[in-house]
Design a protein around this ligand. Structure first.
Ligand SMILES: [Zn+2]
Length: 323
C-alpha cells in the first residue's frame, strides 16, 4: 500500500503531539496551521480522530477574521453540517463536525497498535501502568532473551513513576521502552541507564495500524551491525545512512529524501516528475547522476529504474508489512 510522502512527516507530527500534555487540537490548528495535509493524513490512517467536544471558538471559515462559537443545530441542516455559528460579518455559518469539534490523538491507541505490530496481541493485553505516560505491551523473546516491552510518552516528566513501574514489571536490563520522548532529555533523568528505542526509528504508519521493522538491531547497539554483512536501508531515517556489506555510509539530505519518496511508494514505480516536484527541483534539471553524486553505489544497489523515467526501491530492501 502506498501512503505517499506525507507518511514520514506525519509520523513526526504524531510523535510531537504525543509529547504534549494535552493531545487535543483546536479545529483552527488543523485547518489554518499550515500542516493540514499532515493532519488529514493522520486522520485518514485513523491516528487522529475528532472528539465529541465542541471547540470554545473557531475562526469563521467565510471571512477568516472573526472568532465564532459553534453550536449544535437542532434539527441539523444536513447530517454533514450539524453545527452552526454566528459571525457578526457573515451571519449564520453552517459548520461540519471537523470544523467544530476538538481533534485528538489517544496514546493508548498507539500502545494498542504497537502491541499488535510486535506480535503480542494474542498473548498480552495492553496495560496502562503510569497514567497517560506508560503502557506495558507484553513480553517477548528476542535473541534468546526474554524482553518486557513498553510504550511511553512524556517519559521525562514522570521519570520516577516510570522507573518504579519498570522495576516492578521487568527483570533488570530486560525492559525495552519504545518512546516518542527526546532521548537527550531522558538521559538527564533517573531513566538514563534504561534501554529506549525511538518510535519513529522502528515504526511506520499504515491505515489503522503500525508496521514495526525488526526491533532487534536497536537492542544490541551498532557494534553488531559493523561486524555483519548487512545491506539495508534500516538506518535511513534514524541515522540518515545506508548499510552496504555491514559498512555504514552517510547519505546527503537529498539522497535521503529521494530514497524516502521511493520507500513510501512501497516498491511501486515513481515517475521522475513526481520525485522532482517532491525534491523541489524542476524535471528538466532532474538527473540522478547529480543527486547521487558521491553515492552512485547507493543508487546501483537500492534503486531500480527503467527508460521511461520511473524509479523504485528494489523489493529486497523494502520493509515488509507485519514484520
Ligand atoms: Zn465571518
Amino acid at each position: 500500500m502506498s501512503l505517499g510522502p506525507n507518511n514520514a512527516p506525519a509520523m513526526a507530527e504524531m510523535c510531537w503531539l504525543l509529547e504534549q500534555k494535552d493531545t487535543r487540537l483546536l479545529p483552527d490548528a488543523i485547518w489554518l496551521g499550515g500542516k493540514r495535509h499532515l493532519y488529514q493524513h493522520l486522520r485518514s490512517v485513523e491516528a487522529l480522530s475528532v472528539t465529541q467536544e465542541v471547540a470554545p471558538s473557531v475562526l469563521c471559515p467565510d471571512c477568516t477574521s472573526r472568532s465564532i462559537q459553534p453550536e449544535l443545530l437542532m434539527p441539523p441542516i444536513s447530517t454533514r453540517l450539524p453545527y452552526r455559528a454566528h459571525c457578526s460579518d457573515c451571519g449564520w455559518v453552517p459548520l461540519n463536525a471537523e470544523q467544530s469539534r476538538l481533534w485528538h490523538i489517544r496514546p493508548a491507541k498507539i500502545a494498542d497498535w504497537l502491541n499488535a505490530a510486535l506480535g503480542l496481541k494474542d498473548r498480552h493485553k495492553v496495560e496502562m501502568v503510569v497514567d497517560d505516560v506508560l503502557w506495558y505491551l507484553g513480553d517477548r523473546e528476542i535473541r534468546r532473551q526474554r524482553r518486557s516491552l513498553f510504550f511511553g510518552c512524556r517519559i521525562a516528566s514522570a521519570s520516577t513513576k516510570v522507573k518504579a513501574a519498570l522495576d516492578r514489571l521487568a527483570r533488570p536490563g530486560a525492559e525495552v521502552l519504545i518512546t516518542t520522548s527526546d532521548p537527550e532529555r531522558i538521559k538527564t533523568t533517573e531513566l538514563a541507564d534504561r534501554l529506549f528505542v525511538s518510535l519513529r526509528a522502528i515504526a511506520q504508519l499504515r491505515k489503522s495500524h503500525l508496521v514495526v521493522e525488526n526491533i532487534e538491531p536497536y537492542l544490541t547497539g551498532l557494534a553488531t551491525v559493523e561486524q555483519s554483512d548487512e545491506t539495508s536501508l534500516r538506518l535511513l531515517h534514524s541515522q540518515r545512512a545506508v548499510l552496504i556489506n555491514g559498512t555504514k555510509f552517510s547519505v546527503s539530505p537529498q539522497v535521503h529524501d529521494f530514497l524516502t519518496i521511493l520507500e513510501e511508494a512501497d516498491g511501486d514505480e515513481v515517475h521522475k516528475r513526481h520525485i522532482a516536484s517532491k525534491l523541489a527541483i524542476t524535471t528538466a534539471t532532474f538527473r540522478t547522476a547529480d543527486i547521487f553524486k558521491r553515492h552512485k553505489q547507493v543508487q546501483a544497489i537500492f534503486v531500480g529504474n527503467d527508460s521511461n523515467g520511473n524509479y523504485w526501491i528494489k523489493p529486497e530492501f523494502l520493509i515488509l508489512e507485519g514484520g
